[in-house]
Ligand binder design. Structure first.
Ligand code: AMP
Length: 286
């Protein structure tokens, strides 16, 4: 009985988030206006964190590994991993009306407009709701203060994980990224070896090579070129860095500096989040 009550609450909550995000589009541009927030706050549908699954956000520069760790946590916690970059790529690979416009913006390393992103995210949440999903780990959203304000206005984010990595590694990781065109698996051919100097620790990240059945099907993202990655890093510092401060001020930010590749970082991240992965436990005990 308790389970079904919880499920109903989750569905109602998810509907609310979808409607509220969508209404942010139709309510006009000024999302700080009391019309928008007044409307959303008057709906008595906010679920308490204990009654629903986690609602987390992953922040961090391009190439830091948001997708890798958000997807691992999504499997562990049984919540969807929603990457707005994936939603954008799906749309630009479609024959939809936005495809060519999005392709141009993405390939220049710029941000897609808040309106388009909110629209894509709202549709994704609605589709998830129809499948009975609850909770989420957002990856790549919010990326502007305006997106953060919209999200904060419609739901309670429990935790924001800010992933950090030495700057020298970010460009190399983007350039080494490969994706299997068949299964979508993410790999990295870069071998990163940063020497420690002047008190700064060194870091080694082994390549994450594909299994043999993916090896011949690897592709690179069209925005993972040196010039575009540098622009994406610049845009992150200008538009998205302030989002870190937005959540820091609200006491929601967990800063996590990746100590190396997945074998070193995953157990430490779990520890920081107070979580346990049965597979990590097993291999430690073996
Ligand atoms: P990502 O896969 O997260 O690196 O995103 C790829 C590209 O999609 C970005 O460089 C942006 O052009 C676009 N994008 C993804 N998420 C957002 C967002 N929240 N706001 C604006 N543009 C976005």
């Amino acid at each position: 009985m308790a389970v079904s009550l919880r499920a109903i609450r989750n569905i109602r909550f998810s509907s609310f988030l979808y409607r509220a995000l969508s209404s942010s589009l139709s309510s006009g541009a000024d999302l700080k206006s009391s019309a928008f927030f007044g409307h959303s706050k008057s709906l008595p549908l906010r679920a308490e964190p204990k009654d629903r699954n986690v609602q987390w956000v992953f922040l961090g520069c391009p190439g830091v590994g948001k997708g890798t760790y958000a997807s691992r946590l999504s499997n562990l916690l049984g919540v969807p991993h929603i990457a707005t970059g994936d939603l954008v790529r799906e749309e630009l690979n479609s024959s939809g009306p936005l495809a060519s416009q999005l392709e141009e913006v993405v390939n220049q390393g710029q941000l897609v407009s808040d309106e388009i992103i909110i629209n894509l995210l709202s549709k994704r949440l609605e589709a998830g709701e129809a499948k009975g999903e609850s909770g989420f780990i957002l990856d790549g959203f919010p990326r502007t203060i305006r997106q953060a304000e919209i999200l904060e206005g419609v739901t309670d984010i429990d935790l924001v994980v800010n992933l950090k990595l030495q700057e020298e590694a970010l460009l190399a990781k983007c350039l080494g990224r490969r994706i299997c065109s068949e299964c979508g698996g993410n790999y990295n051919v870069a071998s990163i070896d940063i020497k420690g100097e002047n008190g700064k620790p060194g870091m080694y990240m082994a390549p994450l090579l594909p299994p043999p059945h993916c090896a011949s099907k690897l592709i690179q993202r069209s925005d993972d070129t040196e010039e575009v990655v540098k622009e994406r890093l610049r845009v992150y510092n200008e538009m998205s860095r302030p989002v870190e401060e937005f959540y820091r001020q609200r006491g929601k930010l967990l800063e996590f500096t990746l100590p190396g590749g997945i074998p070193e970082s995953w157990p430490k991240l779990l520890q920081a989040l107070n979580l346990e992965d049965p597979e990590v436990k097993q291999s430690a005990a073996a």
